[in-house]
Design a protein around this ligand. Structure first.
Ligand SMILES: Cc1cc2nc3c(=O)[nH]c(=O)nc-3n(C[C@H](O)[C@H](O)[C@H](O)COP(=O)(O)OP(=O)(O)OC[C@H]3O[C@@H](n4cnc5c(N)ncnc54)[C@H](O)[C@@H]3O)c2cc1C
Length: 419
């Protein structure tokens, strides 16, 4: 064995787990570039919808909070009401890594397969590592949802909202942004700023935009907090329960669990970029269901069914942006060996997990959005990283202690590193 535990992915989940394991003295390795998804796929000036207090990464002693980072760097911060730019969150995560996970290996895993008593990871630098346990903390980057009508368009004319962070190149272009959630509205706002001509097309009857924070009298605030308690997932009892009771959620029947996970928090835009919609700076076409897309000369020809009028609508644009969210499906993870994929029990294409985040393949664990089917909406948010890190690090520590007691070695063996 090269290592007892290999963590794949160094975002909020992977880094929080690594910080916990290091603190508990458990042998592990972690692979991936720190905060790569946030640095490469989220526009740096985008203001996150989550409140500041819900954007912490977690070390066990809570030494490195976002509040502390912002105070040290002079960034504006408040637990609520002050939008945190993605750039600040990314820098915070990178700083957290340097402090708590200094031995991270910044290489991607290109292949993961099973051996008789563990796993073998191939890295992009050509090296291999053997691990007894693997924790997949890979986020949502592999799961962009691409609706069937646009799949035949030339790839360079279609972007998912998290595939582009540079909007200047769309200046002067007509761009259809498909979707009604925050990523669609954020993208339309950035395109507008960059001098493009975006139009938002959604099959929904309305675009929901969160309210900016307002000052309200104390008594009203108290009543509001009872009616709509606050949580790291937003306000309201549903969010509060999803945030505080992931173990109860885990005990629910699969059908109910999956229905709640899919339906939790419909699309709603953040109030900062939502301003372009409020100010009517970006045209919005509601009740439009995209049916066909084709090239007509140099233009993209889009055909929509108007579900309110019962008619068809057509539109010619230069580029299409998809704010159509993600579709999590284990089979889409490009580096998982096909035989391994086939042996993982799934529910709605997500791995079915034990209370310790372990899949039906012994030793293979999933945390972050891939665990949302088993533990609920909490795991879709950075806020869920504490729950995952505590639970899994506790389990691994007990496992390591058990092995230690059983074998009673004179000195603890150090894993040999694969070259
Ligand atoms: C535009 C946008 C805004 C969002 N805003 C919020 C918000 O305000 N609050 C919130 O809680 N959530 C938000 N999210 C959701 C966010 O994706 C998750 O909350 C969060 O990133 C989950 O952390 P993670 O560690 O699971 O995933 P990630 O942060 O995506 O980290 C996973 C890491 O794994 C790496 N990886 C993948 N494959 C490999 C491999 N083969 N080898 C090595 N490394 C690999 C990736 O590069 C990535 O860096 C937002 C998402 C988007 C797209």
């Amino acid at each position: 064995m090269n290592t007892d535990i290999a963590i794949i992915g160094a975002g909020p989940y992977g880094l929080s787990l690594a910080a916990h394991l290091r603190d508990r003295g458990v042998d592990f390795r972690i692979f991936g570039r720190p905060m790569a998804f946030w640095r490469d796929h989220v526009p740096s000036k985008l203001c996150l919808k989550a409140e500041g207090f819900a954007l912490d990464l977690f070390d066990p002693k809570r030494q490195s909070t976002l509040r502390q980072f912002c105070a040290e760097r002079g960034h504006p911060y408040a637990p609520t009401g002050v939008p945190i730019p993605a750039r600040v969150f990314t820098e915070y995560g990178e700083e957290f890594q340097k402090t708590h996970v200094p031995h991270l290996q910044p290489h991607n895993v290109t292949h993961l397969s099973r051996t008789q008593d563990g796993f073998i990871l191939r890295l992009e630098n050509g090296k291999s590592v053997v691990a007894r346990n693997v924790v997949m903390a890979i986020g949502i980057g592999d799961f962009a949802n691409v609706p069937p009508p646009v799949r035949t368009l030339p790839p360079e004319r279609v972007s998912h909202t998290f595939a582009q962070t540079d909007f200047a190149r769309f200046a002067g272009q007509r761009v259809a942004v498909i979707g009604a959630g925050s990523s669609a509205v954020d993208t339309a706002s950035f395109l507008h700023e960059a001098g493009a001509e975006p139009v938002i097309c959604t099959r929904r009857p309305k675009i929901w935009i969160n309210h900016p924070p307002r000052k309200i009298p104390l008594l009203k605030l108290l009543l509001t907090r009872i009616k709509k308690p606050r949580s790291g997932l937003g306000t309201g009892w549903r969010s509060r329960m999803a945030s505080d009771l992931p173990d109860v959620f885990h005990m629910l029947p699969a059908r109910l669990r999956l229905r709640i996970t899919r339906g939790h928090l419909g699309p709603a835009a953040g109030w900062v970029t939502g301003q372009v919609v409020r100010d009517n700076k970006v045209p919005i076409c509601l009740n439009l269901d995209l049916r066909r897309a084709s090239m007509r000369g140099q233009a993209i020809h889009l055909e929509f069914a108007d579900t309110e009028q019962g008619t068809m609508r057509e539109m010619d644009v230069d580029h299409v942006f998809l704010g159509t969210g993600v579709h999590i499906d284990l089979a889409r993870i490009p580096f998982l060996d096909r035989a391994l994929v086939a042996s993982i029990r799934t529910e709605d294409n997500m791995p079915a997990l034990s209370r310790n985040f372990e899949s039906s393949v012994p030793g293979l664990h999933f945390i972050g959005p891939l665990a949302a089917g088993s533990f609920g909406p909490l795991l879709r948010f950075a806020w869920g990283a504490r729950f995952a890190a505590r639970r899994l690090s506790g389990r691994f520590r007990r496992q390591a202690a058990g092995a230690w007691t059983r074998s009673q070695p004179q000195s603890r063996p150090q894993p040999a590193l694969a070259q």
